[in-house]
Design a protein around this ligand. Sequence first.
Ligand code: ADP
Ligand code: MG
Length: 351
Amino acid sequence: MIAPGGTIGIVGGGQLGRMLALAAAPLGYRVHVFDPHERPCAADVSAGFTRAAFDDVSALERFAAACDVVTYEFENLPVGPLATIAGKLRPGTASLSIAQDRDAEKSFVRDSGGQPAEWRTIDSQDDVEQAWTDLGGPLILKTRRDGYDGKGQAWLRTEEDVRGAWTRLGGRPLIAEKVVAFEAEFSVVLARGLDGAVAFFDSPRNHHEDGILRRSELPAGPVVEAQQAAARLQAARIAERLGHVGVLTVEFFAAEGGPFVNEIAPRVHNSGHWTIEGAATSQFEQHIRAICGLPLGSTALRSPKVTMDNLIGNDVDRWPELVAEPGAALHLYGKGEARPGRKMGHVTRLG
Ligand code: ADP
Ligand code: MG
């Protein structure tokens, strides 16, 4: 157990790290951020900051020595270097290595009793054509590693799309996944404590545009509510089999014969941002509690209706109107330049 007053290290200095740091403060913890960038937005609200590359083992070791526990806010991290500080790392490297390879992830989900969409491993153009024959279209090709916010994906709808697809995606290891004709997307955000206790947040319905989350809303509606219990069971099995400690997010498709697992994030998640105002304990506080060995907090709803809208790119220019809106909770990440597709903030409304 890490008592209040201790120091929590966070690898990754983006908005998730920033909101984790903000949630650690009321419990009396100090936060130390590790990130290669010059001024990561999490470092602005943290007591300590190490600027170093994620694979700089000696910097990681010095950082870990200065922290009582280390967590991560980002899954595309090199596992080897982090394994050198495994003694302090929560969640561990198993969660990381499974979640960062879509092929390993899908096998792991299936072997845990979960239900992924049908998929094939792709290492050549021949494999793409074989998958098209075996599974039928439409398919989505996804890079096995490093994809996020819909990046590194291509839809194959016609024979035409199949031709040359391997080269178009850069000749990298891929998976081909059957497109799920889903009725809704939703996520299970859970926390697993050091003692193995599991707490679930209510599942929001998630709306994506161009592969990026736009909105999460509660209540999620009857389609999602009908599949939430089965999804929780799958997500809890995955968490247990990973030996996961902390928040784990599993994205699902609600569909006939579902729910189908889309992907796992071994961390706090954009579709859980609504919990800051909408739940008795936020996902960020819950993660801090879990990795410090404290009891998990209540996940009770604070309002029967909650919506969270992302501010992506230039959306953030609407801040003057949003900050003036009664009851709207505005979160700006302090990230500087509003490039297209960049998550700059979010706004949550209750009721
Ligand atoms: P990322 O890591 O970029 O979030 P995802 O695999 O979650 O990648 O894909 C992003 C979005 O693309 C999903 O939220 C969903 O809207 C759509 N999508 C991905 N895979 C499928 C699929 N098999 N069937 C239908 N839609 C999909
Ligand atoms: Mg996703």
